[in-house]
Design a protein around this ligand. Structure first.
Ligand SMILES: [Zn+2]
Ligand SMILES: [Zn+2]
Length: 432
């Protein structure tokens, strides 16, 4: 059995972990490394979607045989030998791009396993839908699962829900010939549903794992502040505000969405979202469980900025009565403010997942917009990842024989949690 951390090694995100056992080869996540991306590319400097070389040379994709799309030049690059596929399947832990976005380069007949909600999130988020779902006119194969399902991907895998800043997040428990290998995905214990992570910890412990691949984004931090903190801070800072309230947050984070729906109710304001988030809000509204997390399921709590159709609102109306609205705006749409022309008001910055293209809009530029309209600036935010204290609880709960830190820039800091040779800092782990 061999575990290769091809992406997510000494970096936050870009997870691509290959587990090979006997004749089976399973990939855990296949995400985009924002670190590598930003080193060479930006919104305006892009690799060619048709050329595998454009991704292999900068290191956005690892060199692997018999997995990449032939219509992107995989054969010419010597990356295909014979016809047999080099992967039995890819398991996607959740719908953040640093865990799934590189899937578009894989041959579409390699099955992709993901949660049902995760597939819905990918469908409503991905920009290049054709390359992703129908490359070269061939439909990509997705197999969806629910928490507790036992999947046969060559290796037997159990998917178990975890709590993270996006719904439909999972960890995986792999039954290999050398014992159990556990993969955390991204998780936390301070969110609104910590029980999900606790269920995963319990299931993982029961298999007495040989290895735990654990995310360590915030291993060096201690601050388990949850959504209550975000709500209280925002309420305190906006009570009595008569101008417009602008929100900068990721609507895919259903906890945060729930927090701002609650805040809008408390302040007697209407929540306005941009077109980009319409699909996500509708997706969550159709989900029985998530509907309950957005506290007003019995009425449509959102207005959509511009465009045609129901529940729409124009700039002029917001301009006339800014005190009636809370405008959730994604950073690409900040120029909307030039139409709304707010005079003062409050700008709440509450981005929950920094590993996103949106973070390309740097803080300095954001602050320039805040200043341009004389907004009061409020930063209130609860992390999507477990802090050092929570990670300790997770490690002690799962009791792995060995721990492999991933999704972190500081794997050495895990020394404080697990002793001696039980901490594995290698990139490739061979077990014979
Ligand atoms: Zn991540
Ligand atoms: Zn994530």
């Amino acid at each position: 059995m061999r575990i290769s951390v091809l992406g997510g090694y000494r970096e936050v995100g870009g997870n691509k972990i290959l587990v090979e056992d006997r004749d089976s080869r399973v990939m855990l996540d296949f995400g985009k490394s924002f670190g590598v991306w930003k080193r060479y590319f930006s919104v305006f400097v892009n690799p060619s979607k048709d050329s595998l070389k454009h991704y292999l040379i900068p290191g956005l994709l690892p060199k692997l045989k018999n997995v990449y799309r032939r219509d992107m030049g995989a054969v010419e690059l010597g990356l295909w030998e014979g016809e047999e596929r080099g992967l039995d399947g890819v398991l996607i832990s959740h719908g953040h791009a640093d865990h799934y976005e590189m899937l578009f380069a894989l041959e579409p007949d390699i099955p992709i396993y993901c949660g049902e909600l995760c597939l819905g999130i990918m469908k409503s988020t991905i920009k290049n839908k054709r390359e992703f779902f129908n490359p070269g006119g061939r439909e990509r194969e997705f197999r969806t699962f629910r928490s507790g399902d036992l999947l046969d991907v060559g290796i037997k895998v159990r998917a178990v829900h975890v709590d993270h800043s996006i719904p439909g997040s999972y960890g995986f428990i792999l039954e290999t010939s050398e014992g159990c290998v556990v993969y955390s995905g991204d998780l936390r214990l301070h969110g609104t549903s910590p029980q999900l992570t606790r269920d995963f910890v319990e299931e993982a412990r029961e298999c007495e794992p040989e290895y735990l691949l654990l995310e360590g984004t915030r291993i060096g931090e201690e601050d388990g502040m949850g959504e209550d903190y975000v709500f209280d801070t925002c309420l305190n800072k906006t009570k009595g505000e008569e101008g417009l309230i602008v929100l900068n947050f990721n609507v895919r984070d259903v906890d945060r969405l729930g927090t701002f729906v609650k805040l809008a109710e408390e302040l007697g304001r209407e929540l306005v979202i941009t077109e980009k988030w319409k699909g996500i809000v509708e997706l969550y509204g159709r989900d029985e469980k998530l509907k309950r997390m957005i506290p007003t399921p019995d009425r449509h709590p959102f207005l959509i900025y511009g465009g045609e159709g129901e529940n729409r609102i124009e700039a002029d109306e917001i301009k006339r009565r800014p005190g009636r609205y809370m405008l959730a705006i994604d950073p690409y749409k900040l120029p909307i403010l030039l139409d709304v022309e707010p005079e003062g008001g409050t700008f709440i910055d509450s981005q929950s997942e920094p590993f996103d293209e949106e973070s390309e809009l740097d803080h300095e530029r954001l602050m320039n917009w805040v200043e341009l309209f004389g907004f009061k600036y409020v930063h209130a935010h609860s992390h999507g990842h477990a802090d050092g204290v929570e990670l300790k609880e997770i490690v002690e709960g799962i009791r792995p024989k060995k721990l492999i830190p991933i999704h972190t820039e500081s794997p050495e800091l895990f020394k404080g949690l697990i002793g001696g040779d039980r901490l594995v800092l290698d990139r490739v782990i061979e077990v014979v």
